[in-house]
Write a protein that binds this ligand. Structure first.
Ligand code: UGA
Length: 474
């Protein structure tokens, strides 16, 4: 039986909250700290605040017993053996990560340290941050023997966060003292030793007792770079396939076939080769910019990352051009939009390509009816309803009497739509899909004009030629 450890998690966002309930799930006692009283009260009452699979059940199981929520960081610091910092590191105006929240938390922790603590940085931070945390704590009068600072980056994805935490590809621990390495080893032992996967009711995923995740011990700086380099590499993979998809469009090749063909090479792998309207979310755009900025500061030429960003930005402009060429003129056109979140199965709209596309289309004079299974409330805060924009309660309502339907987020719900019903609902059966959710042949057979990314446009079986304007059908 693994040892139960007393853990504090500072920050109750995606990473902090998921880490808190998952540490409880593997047997530890957790105090989750947030300085937002309303958030803490909501979490105490069982409201997860974010849309995430498995989170409601874990929160209900552990809240107010193995996981407590509080605003009192001093008390949490005194009680915990390990304190995980999981507060936001937003992008500053210069592209660097803004570390002021991390610094504030480190100073507050320092004021309450009365026995040996391991302070673990889980937020995504640039190399050398752990060194700054250590100095900040020392400057607040804490003796070096009373604490260690560790880097333990998190690799979970929104939408599958709980499963990713409990079934990670790897656990990275950057630490340089035996005490810190031992404590972090003990915290993750239920996963790395395989014990969790035999537990009744364990959440399923790719790991099991005979193939548990590996824990990789590294230097602190290597761990910090691993996190930034991983996200930058994934973003690069997406921009690469997006650039390839543009070439496929120009040559009438099919990017799905090309992605399959290159992904079968085990050195490349099939994942993260889905073309679309560009990556978004709270991580990739900010982390690519921060990593580029870190390289700049050390005099390293990493222009490759600027190109990754350029391709990503141009992908949205290309999509807008596609909408224009399908509809001829945009002013006054009524469009249905499926998807507001930055990807499927989440309600997060931070840096969502869909929100940016909607802004561009509104600026072109289109009117839009948008639908998302979970992100409507958040979207309404940044894009309020008005003369040009309204929100629908179902995908079919968004498609009603529109000149074309745009698919901007890869929700499973959209893959499962009743396409013949959709066809009847649209004024013109034109679907412009920025996520390649449907099979072009099947769409043509159903009578749609179907425009997607990196694949030849499919025309209704009875229609030929490439003009797809509503005017042609009238
Ligand atoms: C990403 C990483 O995948 C996680 O490993 C990491 O822990 C996390 O950032 C973080 O740093 O916290 P996440 O932002 O939740 O996770 O989302 P992803 O699933 O990686 O998708 C990011 C964006 O790329 C989305 O807009 C998605 O639609 C897009 N994407 C993804 C593509 O356009 N094509 C793909 O093949 C894959």
């Amino acid at each position: 039986m693994s040892e139960s450890i007393s853990i504090a998690v500072v920050g109750s966002g995606y990473v902090g909250l998921v880490a808190a309930v998952c540490f409880a799930e593997i047997g530890h006692t957790v105090i989750c700290v947030d300085n937002d009283e309303r958030k803490v009260a909501a979490l105490q009452g069982g409201d997860t605040l974010i849309h995430e699979n498995h989170l409601p059940e874990l929160l209900n199981r552990y809240r107010n017993n193995r996981v407590r929520f509080t605003t009192d960081l001093a008390e949490a610091t005194r009680e915990a053996q390990a304190i995980f910092i999981a507060v936001g590191t937003p992008q500053s105006e210069t592209g660097d990560a803004d570390l002021s929240y991390v610094e504030a938390v480190a100073c507050e922790i320092a004021r309450s340290i009365d026995s040996y603590k391991v302070i673990v940085e889980k937020s995504t931070v640039p190399v050398y941050t752990n060194e700054w945390i250590r100095r900040a704590i020392e400057r607040n009068g804490v003796e070096q023997r009373l604490f260690d600072v560790v880097s333990n980056p998190e690799f979970l994805r929104e939408g599958t966060a709980v499963e990713d935490f409990l079934h990670p590809d790897r656990i990275v621990v950057g630490a340089d003292t035996p005490e810190a390495i031992k404590l972090l080893g003990a915290i993750y032992e239920p996963l790395t030793g395989g014990e969790y996967y035999n537990q009744t009711g364990a959440i399923g995923g790719c790991c099991n007792a005979s193939t548990p995740p590996v824990l990789l011990n590294t230097s602190i700086k290597s761990a910090e770079i691993i996190k930034h380099a991983s996200n930058a590499f994934l973003a690069l993979k997406i921009s690469f396939i997006n650039a390839v998809s543009n070439l496929c469009e120009a040559t009438e090749a099919n990017v799905e076939q090309v992605a399959k063909g290159i992904g079968l090479d085990s050195r490349i792998g099939p994942k993260f080769l889905r073309p679309g309207i560009g990556y978004g979310g709270s991580c990739f755009p900010k982390d690519v910019a921060a990593f580029r900025s870190v390289a700049d500061q050390f005099g390293i030429n990493f222009n490759l990352l600027s190109e990754v960003e350029n391709i990503n930005a141009s992908q949205k402009r290309r999509f807008l051009a596609k909408v224009r060429s399908a509809l001829w003129t945009l002013r006054g056109k009524k469009l249905g939009v499926l998807g507001l979140a930055f990807k499927g199965e989440t309600d997060d709209i931070r840096d969502s390509p869909s929100i940016e596309m909607i802004r561009m289309l509104l600026a072109e004079g289109c009117s839009i009816v948008a639908y998302d299974p979970a992100a409507k409330e958040r979207a309404m805060e940044v894009l309020p309803e008005g003369k040009q924009l309204s929100y629908a309660d179902t995908a079919y309502d968004a498609a009603k009497d529109v000149d074309a339907l745009l698919v901007l987020t890869d929700w499973t719900e959209f893959v499962e739509l009743d396409l013949p019903r959709l066809h009847k609902t649209l004024r013109y059966p034109i679907v412009i899909d920025g996520r390649n959710l449907y099979d072009p042949g099947a769409m043509a057979a159903l009578g749609f004009t179907y425009i997607s990314v990196g694949r030849p446009t499919a025309h209704p079986a009875r229609e030929s030629g490439s003009l797809t304007t509503p005017g042609r059908r009238a």
